[in-house]
Design a protein around this ligand. Structure first.
Ligand SMILES: *Cc1c(COP(=O)(O)O)cnc(C)c1O
Length: 377
């Protein structure tokens, strides 16, 4: 088995794996499961500083993004797609798939969206039903200021959909303070449960908007409204993946018990960037680094494959390359959730240092040593 240090799926703690092996009941008709599900949702609400509705859907993180768009979009609706990364741009596909008109606000992929520039744009055109924005756009690792962005959008009466799949639990998210109408999360990133579940935090205003549609939602599986009365009616739209939810709950409880989680992400991320730069490598971003992932340029004259294969085969550590416009251009180390610990990150940087030496890149130092020095400062 390789040590997985990718930006999701992340390592899964033993108590989460054990929870997934517990004896199961019939989640459709056993009221104890409905209570357990509700309690888990309540804890997720608490972690995001809100009393908004929370639903856990059976399906990987992408389902949440699609469900938000499917449930809000009617034919002809204008939707603002904030695009400074691959996931950001990707929202346009979901919008158009459900008949909406996606209008892009494109901004430099090497840095966060500037709220003032978005404001200039909105002064000219603000006729949007909702807007989509990605918190941490994982392929580049850029972290967008969702509080400023969503408060601005809300001031124009535009609903906000935020993908924080790769941000939440590694970066601070406060739904009420940020005025987020639909927040999308996934099980397999900083929460460190295995892939398979998506979590949605949905404001009453977003629910009302869905209920006031003129046309029905063009999906069953991606229809958020099917969950609306689950607790009152003790009924789920489909059989809930009970073992996945047992695991998720253990992961949620791990996060709740981990008071220093955000500070640890911040320290690990800062020390990683420092080490990588000291080794003579370059970061993809110019500013606005998320504390959940470090994205490093593939040095000129080398390939991502050389680095990734050597690390995997010789040193047993798996990090990621990238896809779409960043394919072949960067390598990515995920230090989110369970991955965000000193020992694993020391090992990954040690393996990267050795790998660079093996392939002939003039690495300037042992990056693991610099990392430890930084952490111990
Ligand atoms: C991981 C991730 C998702 C979920 O999609 P995957 O299929 O796991 O890639 C959605 N948004 C972002 C920003 C992610 O990092």
């Amino acid at each position: 088995m390789y040590k997985t240090m990718t930006p999701g799926p992340t390592n899964v703690r033993e108590n989460v794996r054990m929870a997934r092996s517990l004896e199961t009941t019939n989640p459709d008709i056993d009221p104890a499961f409905c209570e357990f599900y509700k309690e888990t949702c309540d804890r997720l609400a608490q972690l995001m500083y809100t009393k908004n509705n929370v639903y856990i859907l059976g399906g990987e993180g992408i389902l949440g993004l699609e469900a938000a768009c499917a449930s809000l979009t009617e034919k002809g609706d204008r939707v603002l797609v904030i695009d400074n990364g691959i996931f950001g741009k990707g929202f346009a596909d979901f919008v158009t798939m459900y008949g909406g008109e996606a209008v892009s606000f494109v901004s430099d992929y090497h840095r966060p969206v500037e709220v003032s520039k978005l404001e200039e744009f909105l002064k000219k055109d603000s006729d949007f039903k909702y807007a989509t924005v990605v918190h941490c756009d994982t392929p580049s690792g850029v972290l967008n200021p969702i509080k400023g962005i969503c408060n601005l959008l809300a001031s124009y009466g535009i609903l906000t959909v935020v993908d924080s799949v790769a941000g939440m639990f590694g970066e601070y998210v406060n739904i009420d303070e940020s005025k987020i109408d639909i927040l999308c999360g996934g099980s397999q990133k900083a929460l460190s449960a295995p892939p398979g579940l998506t979590m949605l935090w949905v404001s009453d205003k977003a629910i009302e908007t869905m209920e006031n549609r003129k046309t029905p939602i063009a999906s069953f599986y991606a229809n958020i409204l099917t969950f609306k009365n689950y607790y009152k009616e003790k009924w789920f739209p489909y059989t809930m993946p009970i073992s996945d939810i047992y695991g998720l709950r253990a992961a949620v409880d791990n996060v709740m018990a981990d008071k220093g989680i955000l500070e640890r992400h911040e320290k690990i991320a800062a020390a990683t960037r420092k080490a990588v730069l000291a080794g003579g490598m370059e970061l993809y971003l110019e500013e606005g680094y998320s504390n959940t992932v470090t994205v490093i340029k593939v040095p000129a004259g080398f390939t991502d494959k050389q680095i990734l294969e050597t690390m995997k085969e010789k040193y047993n550590v798996m990090i990621s390359g990238c896809f779409d416009i960043l394919a072949g251009k960067v390598i990515r180390i995920g230090h989110m959730g369970e991955n965000a610990n000193k020992e694993d990150m020391k090992n990954v940087l040690d393996a990267l240092t050795k790998t660079l030496k093996d392939i002939g890149f003039p690495v300037k130092c042992n990056m693991a040593e610099i990392f430890l020095e930084e952490l111990n400062k």
